[in-house]
Design a protein around this ligand. Structure first.
Ligand code: AMP
Ligand code: MG
Length: 438
């Protein structure tokens, strides 16, 4: 467990007024350790989707359990291919059909060298047989099949016992986020429940005197609180447990109450708003009283102001429960960009999941894009793939960090690297498709 005050000194190696995104990500990575309060629980397969495996799953059986046929055809001893061959190209091999093997209904006998067994996909390979010729390749007349031996090699079209999953080997690793195929895979092993990590609890709230809740009248100068809905949705998508703490007014007592409660209740606390210049002074004192929190100006757009650190629920830092804290900026697009590029990986790591990098794709920019060197920009883009298979991208237009419609209109982030300057039409840029992310 990181001790209070350690954090500020670790951040001190960087310039907090211009922290590159990669440096911020690295610091968060060091701090977002799997939580100490982790408890595993066993859940039935139908509840295991998107959960994090708490231990390796060792295969109790071979899958498939026996050698079986990969095709509908005829099974025989492949040595017959060699014995019956005179080496000529157009040679035909002739075998007599001794019986039939169906999936779930094995052929009981033991075919002789010149015999074969009619076999269907998934049926057990009969004793003495090791090769299957697909039915499309044979001519059958009565009980006799003939086929060109050049079409088939010894051992063809046979699935070996254990070739999918070998008994005693790890079938899925601890830290895996369970996918659809994994549920099927676990079922194929006869496993009906698995140990998964307790879902990470993430408390979130919005700050701002100007915020109104949906359903309230909108007084002049006020805005509806949209960040809580966006955050709720992003958290749900990550299958963590969201704890909604509502809107918190811009005063010290309210904020302190919310933070203490959140730290008590949750593994991670996320707020939005109140970290930009001016507000930051007001919250900084409080954060320092409750924990070890640094205020950053990350060299990213949107998402420049951000507070990060650890909070404690007790009287002094180091006492009571602790939670990782992300104070995100208030602007709605900045909330989303910082969530995906700063918060997301931390939630995965704390959930006990093995973090995986976001898959960036190269695309050609169809237009010039203004970009300032010295910060990473996450513009909203609309990408499409041409008939030749190349990706092209345009921006959604105005890129203000309050323009939330740009996120709804976009299908990707255009990720413009820290060192890059203006982009010309035809330049290559990285895009991060929203598909599967948002
Ligand atoms: P702040 O970071 O608190 O200075 O807020 C920056 C901008 O984002 C201001 O225009 C706020 O009104 C707006 N904002 C802050 N929080 C929210 C929210 N929860 N929903 C929508 N807009 C917000
Ligand atoms: Mg505010």
């Amino acid at each position: 467990m990181n001790t209070p005050r350690h954090f500020s000194s670790c951040v001190a190696e960087y310039d907090p007024n211009a922290l590159p995104v990669s440096a911020a990500q690295e610091i968060v990575r060091q701090w977002a350790l799997p939580r100490g309060r982790t408890e595993a629980e066993r859940v039935r397969l139908f509840e295991a989707l998107d959960r994090v495996l708490a231990e390796d799953v060792i295969s109790p059986i071979n899958v498939p359990s026996h050698d079986n046929s990969a095709m509908d055809g005829y099974a025989f001893n492949g040595a017959a291919l060699l014995n019956g061959s005179d080496g000529s190209d157009d040679e035909l091999l002739r075998l007599t059909v001794a019986g039939t093997a169906l999936a779930g209904q094995p052929f009981e006998g033991h075919p002789l060298a010149a015999q074969c067994v009619r076999i269907m996909t998934g049926a057990l390979i009969p004793p003495g047989c090791d090769t299957v010729v697909p039915q499309e390749l044979v001519q059958r007349a009565g009980d006799t099949v003939t086929f060109a031996s050049t079409h088939i090699v010894n051992g063809a079209n046979r699935r070996l016992a254990g070739e999918d999953l070998a008994q005693g080997q790890p079938a899925l690793r601890k830290g895996r986020i369970v996918r659809a195929s994994d549920l099927g895979l676990l079922a194929s092993l006869g496993i009906g429940d698995v140990a998964v990590q307790r879902r990470l609890r993430v408390a979130f709230f919005s700050t701002g005197d100007e915020l109104r809740s949906v359903g309230e009248a909108l007084a002049p100068g006020c805005v509806y609180d949209s960040n809580r809905y966006t955050l709720f949705a992003m958290l749900r998508r990550m299958n963590v447990e969201p704890v909604d703490l509502g809107i918190v007014r811009d005063d010290r007592a309210s904020l302190e109450r919310a933070l203490r409660q959140a730290t008590q209740d949750a593994d991670v606390v996320i707020s939005s708003g109140g970290v930009s210049v001016g507000d930051a002074d007001f919250t900084r004192d409080l954060m320092n009283a409750l924990g070890d929190v640094a205020f950053w100006k990350i060299a990213m757009r949107p998402g420049r102001p951000l507070a990060f650190g650890r909070l404690w629920s007790g009287k002094r830092p180091g006492e009571g429960e602790s939670a990782l804290f992300f104070g995100l900026p208030g602007n709605p697009v900045a909330v989303m960009a910082t969530f995906y590029f700063i918060v997301r990986e931390a939630l995965l790591a704390m959930s006990g999941a093995t973090p995986h990098a976001l898959p960036l794709i190269s695309a050609t920019s169809s237009q010039p894009i203004n970009k300032r060197a010295g910060r990473t920009e996450f513009q909203r883009g609309i990408a499409h793939r041409d008939t030749a298979g190349h990706w092209h991208v345009v921006t959604t237009g105005p890129q203000g960090s309050g323009v939330l419609s740009s996120m709804s209109e976009a299908n990707c982030f255009i990720v413009l690297k820290h060192d890059a300057g203006n982009i010309d039409a035809g330049d290559s840029v990285d895009i991060l498709p929203f598909n599967g992310l948002i």
